[in-house]
Design a protein around this ligand. Structure first.
Ligand code: ATP
Length: 199
């Protein structure tokens, strides 16, 4: 599995549709300061489910949607798609190509799609959880992150290593299971009340 293509429209400095095709192996992106290199990794992060605007280097939602120029009006939404080559079926889907899309509106609403079928953020999160990429997987190391990791407290550093090692997926599954257990206990309580009333 590898990231084959990135498509952006209305995202930060990319007002028009931009398609970046990646080959297997290492890709390096070069360009002058302010040309949008970091905006590309922000776009990847957005689709992988990043919810924190601060992590996308904005202070409010509008900051990630094309803000307009003297000659061009601002846009109402941003859309980013990641297309993965899935010939090895690492992503547990029956497709040899998987496109994950996120559309984000100025109102704050987001829409998510897997191969053009509408889905929830949770579906995308769970899809990537098993293969260790995703917003918490440390598959993207941003500027300043290494300094932050080195200067952080030992307990926090341990949490980072745990996440990178893939333990967070078990924590997530445990939390989900505990939530279901709580809901089931509530149902049992309600049933007991009904049985008591009937007796
Ligand atoms: P550096 O090498 O200095 O880190 P860079 O190539 O990584 O630069 P980015 O930080 O990715 O550049 O891009 C910054 C550019 O994106 C700025 O020119 C900024 O005006 C533009 N930009 C950011 N958000 C928006 C937006 N919402 N609408 C239009 N342009 C935007």
């Amino acid at each position: 599995m590898y990231l084959k293509k990135l498509e952006m429209k209305g995202f930060k400095s990319f007002a028009d549709k931009v398609v970046l095709n990646f080959e297997r192996g290492i890709t390096t992106i070069v360009g002058p300061n302010g040309s949008g290199k970091s905006n590309i990794s922000d776009a990847v992060r957005l689709v992988l489910g990043e919810q924190s605007i601060k992590s996308l280097r904005g202070s409010k939602l509008e900051d990630i949607i094309f803000a307009g120029t003297e000659k061009r009006k601002p846009l109402g939404f941003a859309e980013v798609s990641l297309v993965f080559d899935n010939c090895d079926h690492m992503l547990p889907l029956d497709y040899s190509e998987v496109a994950i899309t996120r559309r984000i509106f100025r109102s704050g609403e987001s829409e998510f799609y897997i191969n053009k079928t509408s889905c929830r953020l949770k579906d995308i999160y769970e899809l990537f959880l098993d293969i260790g990429i995703g917003k918490d997987g440390y598959s993207i190391i941003s500027q300043g992150k290494i300094d932050e990791i080195l200067s952080t407290k030992p307990e926090e550093r341990r949490r980072i290593f745990e996440e990178a090692a893939g333990i967070s997926k078990y924590k997530y599954k445990k939390e989900e299971a505990l939530k279901k257990l709580d809901a089931t206990n509530e149902n049992i309580k309600r049933l007991s009340d009904i049985i008591y009333e009937l007796e």
